[in-house]
Structure formats: C-alpha cells, structure tokens
Design a protein around this ligand. Sequence first.
Ligand code: ACO
Length: 425
Amino acid sequence: MKQAEIIIDGTTYAFPIIEGTEGEKAIDITALRDKTGHITLDVGYQNTGSCLSAITYIDGEKGILRYRGYPIEELAEKSSFTETAHLLVYGHLPSPEERKVFSQRLTENSMIHEEMIRFFDSFPLKAHPMAILSTMVNALTVYYPEFFTVDFESDTFDIMAARLISKIRTIAAYSHKHSIGEPFVYPRHDYPYCTNFLYMMFDSPVHPYEVDPDIEKVLNILLILHADHEQNCSTSTVRLVGSSMVNLYSSICAGICALWGPLHGGANQEVIDMLKNIQKDGMTPKQCMEAAKDRSNSFRLFGFGHRVYKSYDPRAKILKTLCDAMVAKLGVKEPLIDIALELERLALEDEFFREKKLYPNVDFYSGILYRLIGIPTNMYTVMFAIGRLPGWIAQWKEMHDTKPFRIGRPRQIYTGPSLKRYEDE
Ligand code: ACO
C-alpha cells in the first residue's frame, strides 16, 4: 500500500493512501490526531473527503457526472425520474418486478394525511414554499413515528423512502395551490410521477389541465439532473444530521433548508431575479459582468461557478439544448433567454471568468426552463429539492450502512481568549 509521510518536529509519520475506482487519491488521516496530536484545518472542506461513497462520480475537470456508473447524458435521454430514483437508492436499475413494486409504493403513499392538510391553513399566503416544504417534511415524523428506529432488514426503509419521494411532490403542489388560494387537487393513482405533479399544480375546477407530454419529459429530465451530486452542502448536511441517528424525515428537512441558500439550490431563483433586474433596470449584460468582477462589490453572477466543476457543468449543457428545443416548440419570445445567452457568451470570453474557471452551472438554465414550463419563480428551489430527494435518501442509507458507524463531529482550532476569571472583570 502507498503511504504519505508527514514530518512534524523531525519525526516522520506514515499514513495510508487510498484510491477510488476512478483513480481519485486520498491520504487517510483517521489516525492523525492519535499519532501526532495535530488535526487538519480545511475551512469550507475544499480538500476533505468526508466518506467513501459508491453513489455518484464527478470529474470536475472533464465535466463528467455519473450515477452508480451511468453517465448523466444517458440517464437524461433514456431513463425516467422514478427509475433513476430507484437506481440511486438501491444501487441498480429496477427489474420489471421491482419497478412494479416501487411504483405501487409511490402510488399508495402519494396522499397527505387529511389532518396534516390543515397545516396549510396556518401558513401565510406569502410564505416561501421552501419554508412550507421543510416544515411539512419534518411534520411527517408526527404522523409516522414508528420509523424513528429504522430496521434495514425489513421493508420499513423501503416504505419510508417511497413515502417521502411520493409525498414531497404532493406537499410541493399543495404549497403552490395554497399560495394562490385555489383548492388542492388530489393525486391520481393512474398518473406517472411527473404527470401527477403537473396535474396537482395546474388543474383546477374551472381550468382543467391537459398534461403536455413534452413538458412532462422536460420535467423528468430536470429532476434526473438534480437527483444527486455527491457531497455538496445539502447532502453533507443530510449525512451530518443523520449521523446523530435522528430519523430520515428530520435529516431530509435539514437538507432542504441547506439547499435553500442562494449559493446552493436557491441560485436558480436568484438567476431569474438577476435576469429580470437586468431587464428592468436597463442594465446591460456587460455592466452586470463588470459588477460581478468588481472585488469591492459582493455581487456574484448567479448560475456561474462551482466548487467541483472547473469546466462546463454537464447538466447545464443538457439543459441549454433543452431550452432551445422548448423555445422552438412553444414559439415564445423570451427576452430573459437573450440576456442569459449574452451573459454566457461574455463570461466564456472573459479573462477573469476564464482564469477562475467560472462556467454556467445547473442553475443557470434550470430556472429558465422552469419558467418556460410554467413553474412559478418561488417554486424553483422546491423543484430542485424534489429532484435531489432520492440522492439524499441514498446517501443517508449509505451512511447508515457504513461500518464502523460514527457521528459526524469536526474539530476546530480555538482562537479566543485564554483563561479569564469572572472576579477579574
Ligand atoms: N460571480 C463572480 N465571481 C465568482 C463567482 C460568480 N458566480 N463564483 C466564484 N467567484 C469568484 C469568487 O469571488 C472568488 O474570487 P477570489 O478568488 O478573488 O476571492 C473565486 O471566484 C472563487 O470562488 P469561491 O467562492 O471561493 O469558490 P467556491 O468553490 O467556494 O464557491 C460557488 C462555489 C458557491 C458555487 C460560487 O461559484 C458562487 O457563489 N456561485 C454563484 C452562486 C451559484 O450559482 N450557486 C449554485 C451552485 S450549483 C449548486 O449548488 C446546485
């Protein structure tokens, strides 16, 4: 086995080097503190692997993303969101029998407890749907407390996972209906996942909604592209919170809250707000670029940059093509797309953006696509959460399956005052 050596005050300590299946290398410092009395400091975890994982592979330099080995491009073209969800959670594409069981479980768990529906009455109409989503997901613990202790040998985990994947869609659609003051539309047992969501969102007694198969396809692809992205902020949150042995619903609730931030999943809403502001204020894309480069200004070009991708985000590539197809199909003139394209062109040519390797990320085009398919702006990050859920569940399960199981607990270097006495004040 290869080893790395660390020399501290003239003493050499050896640590094993481990290698992933795609050749990624890490120095295993599990014994560092015991052997040397030192810890490592890595603010923002830029170089820290928190786990071994067999779920998602990313090569940020080459723009590669794979779930359980399958390239994202193939899944976007050939799979459905529920099939991809099965792939992530169970590690393989479903057999016909497994597909039937999984789909049956999703259907059986699609409704929200009638008592729980009354929770919606307490939310103000202007409540952000991400706040409603996180609250309602955590509230599931009240209705299904039998799942506090998960028995991975029985089917409790399977039911719990299906319950969440199915109900999150109903909660999301109901939060939208609540905000516009329309009656809730109950899920249908004969509709597939994305059709059912669109139906619950947009059908109403006075305007029956016909689901357009092209829009359903776009939604499937968007959710597939969101479905996992290894140890990002929200997924690491799900793992860290889950490592305290709290139940799945509460762990996912924490992940939803982490996703909401504008530097993470909240960026898709920020992108559209930014494009609208450019349009409204008569600011040119060039001026916007200059503001993003100005170091005395905290403004960032939302939808650009990524901790891992140092080339074009493969998800953004797929979504850009999809955007063009949707604009052609709908025959709409969407000025925000022209602004977005101009921003992208300027950024790709710009010295600052090239040097810092800032390329469009998934959120740059997902917001535009959600807009094209009629999803309200404040629901964009909710859509991301629906998509990311199978990944969070898969990562939560993998963490529980890892032996030895350890609570997540980083250390710190204390920089506060030395011992003070109360009486000395
Ligand atoms: N616009 C302008 N400058 C940027 C941008 C941007 N979008 N992104 C990074 N930079 C600059 C930073 O100011 C920093 O400059 P400096 O070296 O002079 O200090 C440098 O590029 C490196 O940026 P960091 O913030 O250190 O990179 P990090 O890996 O920590 O952050 C992040 C990644 C948060 C995604 C960042 O690029 C960003 O804020 N982007 C905009 C928000 C966004 O689109 N988020 C969605 C990400 S995808 C997702 O989560 C699903």
